[in-house]
Design a protein around this ligand. Sequence first.
Ligand code: HEC
Ligand code: HEC
Length: 355
Amino acid sequence: MQGVSVMGRGVLWLMGIAFLVLGAAGLGGSGSLAQEPLRKKALEVLVPLRSEEPPPPGSTLGQRVALGRMLFFEPRASVDGTVSCSRCHLPQLYGTDGLARSIGVMGRTNPRNAPTVLNAFLQFSQHWRGDRESVEDQAAKALVGPPSFGNSSQEAAMARLKAIPEYRELFGKAFPHDKDPVSPKNWASAIGAFERTLVVPSRLDSWLLGDDRALEERERRGLERFLVTGCADCHGGIGLGGSMYEKFGIHMDYWKATGSKELDRGRADVTGDPQDLYVFKVPSLRNVAMTPPYFHDGSVFELKEAIRVMGITQLGQEIPQEAIEELFQFLCSLTGPLPQGFSEAPVLPAGGFRP
Ligand code: HEC
Ligand code: HEC
């Protein structure tokens, strides 16, 4: 009897020490000990994004970024003078347009939803079906896309820019070694340089880099779910997405979950490979709370519903309401501040549109 009670006291004493040690670490280190295992687990699949210094304004790269920023907001490069990149990628709407499907020149409807341009360059390919290699490739081809700028040729668009003297000067400064600087290649290169400054880190990044206070407890619970449920298996890396293609509708046809009226064959129409039927790029989830409606066809308007759809179609499970709430809180923590060069529109060179 006595032996047992002595042992009992010993255990109690040990528990007391453990409590003191843990408690002290909890107080002194603002709980870092408690958050470290989750951070370690998160860093196995996620990569923190850091903001970057803009290039010096006087440098060639600085001139390119400044020119690219103007061209991003420039409607006169489109066939009817009404469409700029910013028509469908509005700063006010975090680089999207709020429409299920964008509307371009002459009221033409695009086949898919406009993703945000923020952090877009981080992805391994561009567009829902990955049919654009890079942001530069995307910008060059947008000039002749029938439902975007609608030009008959890239040169036709350049001729209209050349007719504005200040643009000849600005292209010349940004591409000083070019004999004919107002070219489709330089248009793409300048816009791409601007897009590569649209880096938007969020509170998640501060937290991943060690700031315990950057995420609230419910957001950390959401992160835990994001890792454990399997979301991060597809939405991983620096973009929380944007690094692989996957079938939309692994466990159930996607349109049964989204209510989509038209079917999109996805990458199968790009590669001609039947294996790519209903395969799309896994989109980046950065700033996702600010960019409804969701999915390639904008068929889902609420983020919580999009999470539920992901559970059914990609993971084969009905995610419980409480888990959806936590995942939602986590996704909201991925919203970062707009870069100033994006939220403020530049003044463009004067000049009327010549059809
Ligand atoms: C008429 C609307 C419209 C205009 C104008 C437009 N876009 Fe887009 N943008 C879209 C749509 C729609 C998509 C998705 C296309 C797809 O996946 O098939 C897209 C996709 C993109 C993407 C890929 C993002 C990702 O996550 O894959 C980038 C980058 C982009 N646009 C930049 C630009 C730039 C730069 C311009 C100007 C040169 C421009 N866009 C003009 C509607 C537009
Ligand atoms: C097997 C891969 C896979 C898994 C697992 C997965 N997703 Fe997705 N997710 C995708 C693909 C592919 C899309 C694009 C679907 C489309 O519109 O064509 C997508 C789209 C989304 C979107 C819409 C984004 C937008 O901008 O329209 C959200 C939100 C999302 N996923 C959240 C989640 C969450 C939360 C989880 C975990 C519960 C999850 N996903 C699990 C592959 C996956």
